[in-house]
Design a protein around this ligand. Structure first.
Ligand SMILES: CC(C)(COP(=O)(O)OP(=O)(O)OC[C@H]1O[C@@H](n2cnc3c(N)ncnc32)[C@H](O)[C@@H]1OP(=O)(O)O)[C@@H](O)C(=O)NCCC(=O)NCCS
Length: 180
């Protein structure tokens, strides 16, 4: 899998993580809504943040995951992240995850980023299904997924990627060939 350095539409830029994104990780580290469900280090240090960035780039180089920061085109800095992981190339499936720092929420950025990465993954990686796992009380995330065409397929008790604590999670799936 060739990992693109960036994806964009008319308003949004998704870029591979870099050393410039440490301030984003510092801001995200202070938000338990992000650290409880992602691998973002909750005790921020520049070493931990560099380790996070390196792990994302290494995973992309190994073809295990694709992680991007999210930035509005007119903006100087990234305000969130969206990623694909858990690829199963026989079944052509993967899992998607996403988060934004608090001031960037409620502006449609997450919906746009998830839509962009979903459509690119279907068109360019040939994925047939993409799953997202969302806590039942996370109404904003459920709405993001639903607006992007993900439909509810069940639930599971599992630890989100990069974490160890099991949570009850709703499973929603995007299908390249839509549900009848
Ligand atoms: C989930 C998250 C990425 C959504 O970001 P966002 O900026 O609110 O997303 P958007 O602006 O694209 O809005 C998404 C939709 O949710 C709706 N929404 C926002 N907050 C809501 C809430 N508390 N309850 C119900 N709907 C809500 C918006 O109105 C919008 O719906 P619409 O398209 O019908 O208008 C953001 O809240 C976040 O980073 N949360 C912490 C990390 C997280 O939970 N990640 C997802 C893990 S599965």
């Amino acid at each position: 899998m060739d990992a693109p350095a960036e994806l964009r539409d008319g308003e949004l830029l998704l870029s591979q993580w870099s050393g410039h994104d440490l301030p984003l990780l510092q801001e995200a580290a202070s938000d338990p809504r992000i650290t409880r469900i992602t691998a973002v280090p909750r005790d921020y240090s520049s070493d931990a943040a560099r380790g996070f960035v390196k792990a994302r780039l290494d995973a992309a180089a190994r073809g295990e995951a694709l992680s991007f920061t999210i930035r509005a085109l007119e903006s100087e800095r990234a305000v969130g992240a969206v990623n694909l992981s858990t690829f199963d190339w026989d079944r052509r499936t993967a899992r998607i995850g996403y988060w934004l720092v608090r001031p960037a929420r409620g502006q449609g950025l997450a919906t746009r980023a998830v839509g962009l990465l979903t459509q690119w993954a279907v068109a360019e990686l040939g994925l047939r299904e993409i799953e997202v796992r969302v806590e039942p009380t996370n109404h904003a995330s459920l709405r993001v997924a639903e607006v992007c065409g993900y439909v509810h397929v069940g639930e599971i008790t599992d630890a989100p990627s990069g974490t160890t604590r099991s949570l009850r999670l709703l499973r929603l799936r995007y299908r390249a060939t839509p549900y009848a």
